[in-house]
Design a protein around this ligand. Structure first.
Ligand code: HSE
Length: 304
């Protein structure tokens, strides 16, 4: 029987001022083991069952079908998909992007579409609306992208990421992206937009130069979304001060939140374990960048 395995990394969007544009892939994964079946079904871990549908309403299936439809293919041969998920749901670590990118890759493998990364990215942006999570989930590393519905640009950075540790402080409540977007202003003055984009420009230049201290400073200087969203995270000041005290270069709200991420360079594991003890009511994950992006193996392709 033909088996397809797909692995998609978690992602963290915005990195402070890179709102809807900058994102990075992290080394926590969703793994999909897929095999042909009579009908579509998703076998989920118990912890995910209340949040993820196990039928054709699953975002993985919807994204796979959307992909097939882009190539005028109406029927997607049914599969049973067993999902192993390390990515917390609705916490700002790209769980919906893992489903979108996983679904696109599933259609790619089942239908042998031989999609390029760029083709996958365009489809993913059409589903997700913005490229900041889906681009790093596809490419790995850090990506800086823009998409206006027609023009798509994405630049990837991966140099120097090995020296960095990303400490994710994950609360036990969910924040829905829709809600976290609804509280943002609908307009910005020209002067404020110039100021805010200047911060994002410096962030991107610092990423390109691997000037991690400057990256950390810029993460905190965002004007686009964090001043509005920090109120959705009651412990924002406490978590910020713990990360600061422990020597983070900077910290930011990951995606739409509520997870906060602190950036560290050259810090020992035992030191990070001490930091973890100071935040007992959170799930604290010590993460590294993923530089591979989505990966798939397909026994049909192997046997050809
Ligand atoms: N850039 C998005 C946001 C990421 O911050 O709303 C979540 O989809």
């Amino acid at each position: 029987m033909n088996h397809i395995n797909i692995r998609v990394p978690a992602t963290s969007a915005n990195l402070g001022p890179g709102f809807d544009s900058v994102g990075m892939a992290l080394n926590q994964y969703v793994t999909l083991q897929c095999e042909p079946a009579e009908d579509w079904s998703f076998i989920l871990q118990k912890k995910d069952q209340p949040f993820i549908p196990n039928d054709r309403t699953n975002l993985i299936y919807k994204s796979a079908l959307f992909t097939a439809n882009q190539y005028a293919i109406e029927h997607l041969p049914p599969h049973q998909v067993t999902m192993t998920n390390e990515v917390p749901i609705a916490r700002g670590l790209g769980s919906s992007s893992t489903a979108v990118v996983g679904g696109i890759e599933l259609a790619n493998q089942i239908l042998n579409l031989q999609l390029t990364e760029r083709e996958k990215l365009r489809i993913a942006c059409d589903i997700e609306g913005h490229p900041d999570n889906v681009a790093p989930a596809i490419y790995g590393g850090i990506t800086v992208s823009s998409y206006d519905g027609t023009n798509l640009e994405s630049v990837r950075f991966s140099k120097g990421l090995d020296s960095l540790t990303w400490v994710a402080v994950i609360p036990d409540y969910h924040v829905e992206t829709e809600e976290a977007r609804s509280i943002l202003p609908t307009e910005f003055s020209y002067k404020d937009a110039v100021h805010a984009s200047g911060m994002a420009n410096v962030l991107v230049a610092a990423l390109a130069e691997q000037d991690w201290a400057l990256v950390g400073r810029m993460m905190k200087e965002d004007k686009w979304h964090q001043p509005y969203r920090s109120h959705l995270i009651p412990d924002f000041p406490h978590v910020s001060s713990v990360l600061e005290e422990h020597g983070s270069l900077g910290y930011y709200i990951s995606g739409a939140g509520p997870t906060m991420i602190g950036l560290f360079e050259g810090v020992s594991e035992s030191y990070l374990q001490k930091l973890k003890k100071q935040l007992p009511s959170y799930q604290v994950e010590i993460l590294q960048a993923d530089t591979s992006g989505v990966a798939a193996t397909n026994t049909a392709a192997m046997n050809q």
